[in-house]
Ligand binder design. Structure first.
Ligand code: ZN
Length: 280
């Protein structure tokens, strides 16, 4: 039963859960200066409805670029030296909100909880939040996967969801079977994907990505990174994913090395300093 003071209770103003003013801030001026004179060291093309792995040494930059048409990418990140340290989309969302852009970071999970990568440039940061509440580069969707698809379609099998693409790519990179590798695949950064929650029902929605060939999002690798990127079977995610219906395009990953001395004064982030005694 609705209580008498329901309206009063609902009218209480929200407070931000995690004010980020006290978070250690990235030195964006240093990164911006280091972006001058970058030398491209590697380039990798991720084919449509497939995924591929790449490595980025700490202190290097990497870009994910739209090349032939609007396309969404699902990104996983691991610490190259320790696969148990991987991207934690939930805490990244709690800290930075539903979508990330320049100056925000991809954080690793417990007990590490440190920045893995910092967004240093985003050609789509003009998009902001649209009238539907949608924005770009989300940390709210998980990744399209064949299990949910199976549930929603009374048993259909589809093998090119991002979860399977990432599982195959990680398996190939690390010499595992896809079944072993899928335990390492985690919730992604949805690169270029335009998403939000409907205001009336609170449901996760997607709409055609505003990305166009030439657009890119650029990251600074705070630690040695193994990345895995899937070119989602949803294409620009304007209609459906988990099928071969949508028009799909490749994505390009580029790795850049800054010039000598460009990062003087930069110190890679340490793992989290909580003592892990948990009160015992
Ligand atoms: Zn996908």
């Amino acid at each position: 039963m609705t209580p008498e003071d329901a309206d009063l209770r609902k009218a209480i103003e929200p407070v931000i859960c995690y004010p980020v003013e006290t978070l250690p801030a990235p030195d964006m001026a240093l990164y911006e200066a280091a972006r001058e004179g970058l030398v491209k060291r590697e380039e990798l093309r991720v084919e449509p409805r497939e995924a591929a792995c790449f490595r980025v040494p700490k202190g290097h930059f990497f870009r994910i670029r739209s090349i032939e048409g609007p396309q969404v990418g699902d990104l996983n990140l691991f610490n190259t030296q320790d696969l148990s340290e991987r991207f934690y989309s939930g805490k990244t969302r709690a800290l930075h909100g539903t979508h990330i852009t320049t100056g925000e970071r991809m954080w690793s999970g417990f007990p590490y909880l440190r920045p893995m990568a910092t967004v240093t440039h985003d050609t789509l940061n003009w998009y902001g939040i649209d009238p539907f509440g949608g924005s770009v580069h989300d940390v709210i969707g998980t990744r399209c996967d064949p299990y949910t698809h199976n549930l929603l379609t009374s048993g259909k099998q589809y093998h090119h969801c991002c979860h399977s693409n990432l599982s195959r790519a990680v398996a190939e990179e690390l010499g595992m079977t896809p079944r072993e590798a899928e335990a390492y695949v985690h919730d992604v950064l949805n690169v270029f994907m335009c998403t939000g929650f409907t205001r009336d029902t609170g449901q996760y929605f997607m709409k055609a990505s505003p990305v166009r060939p030439g657009d890119y999002i650029e990251f600074f690798a705070e630690i040695d990174l193994l990345g895995a990127l899937s070119a989602c079977p949803g294409g620009d995610c304007s209609s459906e994913h988990s099928s071969d219906v949508a028009a799909c395009h490749p994505l390009l990953v580029e790795v850049f090395e800054p010039r000598e001395g460009a990062l003087d004064g930069w110190v890679p982030p340490q793992v989290n300093r909580y003592d892990r005694s948990h009160g015992v």
